[in-house]
Design a protein around this ligand. Structure first.
Ligand SMILES: *[C@@H]1O[C@H](CO)[C@@H](O)[C@H](O)[C@H]1NC(C)=O
Ligand SMILES: *[C@@H]1O[C@H](CO)[C@@H](O)[C@H](O)[C@H]1NC(C)=O
Length: 416
């Protein structure tokens, strides 16, 4: 009874919402802008609106690490590397730190991979600390604000909490030295210690050329209703079950493995990218973290993302009208996924597909080389520009600093 009322409330809530959104879309079409609360800013050009100073660090903080393991260029944390390269030749870069609005420290903290390619975060805090010590002793700008006009790219699972297990990440918390800095991160979840106010949430890195190479004709019919490839259980790390994906992926499998509308499996076919272009809905459930590259893939391939990750904060949420693009399903409602998706009116599906077809949406999800207008690099800069001008309160009066250089786990204090 209670469940049925919930579904009803949900549907009612959805349909009311859609009516409003449909109206907005109508208006947006006239101006050829993207609909949604702040959609217009997706089209902004950051050039001329901010100046970024790139610290020059010894290559052991970046290039040398990459030389040791070139796989870092293609894994889903590669945004830290490409953002560095992008900024070096970006027109927003300034060589004069006195006129900079933002300071960027190019440190590749996720490029420490196991033989299997999984990034290890254990050295990252020491590396970050070492880099901050270096910039704060060689330049006066860190001490002037204790990092409040500095930004860092931290694409780890749980960002600057620097651990891949959520429990441990929460226990560690954000590296204390980064307390005042702006963090640019893939991890986004509301009311979570690993996401602080003012952080910029970005998409994970997905290889643009490779995706481009798998594009099929946009007129190919979408004959798959629901598509998903990936783990349902992580037996190795979660033998009892229920902890991985908070049970949401297991629930998808248990409820829908025999449902003909659901094309779901753990097997990753060579036609994975093509299949997404033949699907109407692509499931984007949480895994160990709420985010995964599936979201980027779904948007790029025009498959409506079905986001199952309670309290997720999506990339560039102040610019991209996610409510117009995706379908949001609460983790507890996974058993009703079939009813929820089959109840969506066809006009709504078509409308979402139209918004998804807007090239700006895809651009904002990608870090292409060379960079292109409205891509993820530009969205990051837009996010930084929207925080300007800085408030005067960012400046530290001498003797009134707040950073504690010895705070945090003792292990982090060891030299890097
Ligand atoms: C910044 O502050 C640190 C710690 O107080 C100090 O060691 C360092 O010399 C200062 N940097 C500059 C450039 O004055
Ligand atoms: C800095 O942090 C250390 C370690 O947590 C603590 O012992 C010390 O009292 C703190 N210093 C200040 C000034 O708060």
């Amino acid at each position: 009874m209670r469940n049925r009322r919930l579904v009803f409330a949900l549907l009612l809530c959805f349909s009311t919402f859609w009516r409003i959104e449909a109206f907005k879309f109508h208006r947006a079409q006239k101006t050829e802008r993207i609909s949604g609360s702040a959609g217009d800013v997706l089209e902004d050009d950051p050039v001329g609106r901010l100046k970024v100073f790139v610290y020059e660090l010894p290559s052991k903080y970046n290039k040398k690490i990459l030389q040791k393991d070139p796989r870092c260029l293609t894994h889903m944390f590669a945004a830290e590397i490409f953002m560095h390269r992008f900024l070096l030749s970006s027109p927003v870069r300034t060589l004069n730190p006195e006129e900079a609005d933002w300071f960027y420290t190019p440190v590749y903290t996720t490029c420490d991979l196991t033989p299997n390619g999984l990034p290890l975060p254990f050295k990252s805090p020491r590396m970050m600390r070492s880099a901050i010590q270096l910039i704060s002793s060689n330049w006066p700008y860190w001490n002037a604000t204790e990092g409040a006009d500095h930004f860092f790219i931290v694409p780890h699972d749980f960002a600057a909490c620097f651990h891949y297990l959520e429990e441990k990440a929460i226990e560690r918390g954000i590296l204390p030295l980064l307390q005042r800095a702006t963090l640019v991160q893939t991890f986004g979840q509301r009311n979570h210690v690993c996401l602080k106010d003012g952080s910029i949430i970005i998409p994970p890195y997905a290889p643009p050329q490779k995706m481009q190479a798998h594009l099929i004709s946009p007129s190919t019919p979408r004959s798959i209703f629901v598509y998903f490839r990936g783990l349902f259980y992580d037996v190795g790390n979660d033998p009892e079950g229920g902890y991985y994906a908070r049970g949401a992926r297991a629930s998808v499998w248990e409820n829908f493995k025999d449902n003909p509308l659901f094309d779901i499996s753990t097997e990753h076919p060579t036609t994975y990218y093509e299949d997404m272009q033949r699907a109407i809905f692509c499931l984007c459930p949480l895994g160990w973290a709420p985010w995964s590259p599936r979201l980027v893939e779904a948007v790029v391939f025009g498959c409506i993302p079905v986001i199952i990750a309670d309290d997720i904060v999506l990339p560039f949420a102040d610019a991209i009208p996610w409510e117009d693009i995706g379908v949001f399903v609460a983790e507890k409602d996974v058993p009703k996924l079939d009813t929820i998706l089959t109840s969506i009116p066809i006009e709504e599906i078509l409308r979402k597909q139209r918004v998804l077809a807007n090239p700006s949406m895809k651009q904002a999800m990608l870090f292409p080389h060379p960079a292109q207008a409205r891509d993820a690099f530009h969205q990051i800069l837009n996010g930084l520009a929207r925080k300007l001008p800085h408030d005067n309160s960012i400046y530290i009066r001498s003797g009134e600093g707040v950073l504690n250089w010895t705070a945090g786990p003792v292990g982090d204090l060891k030299p890097w």
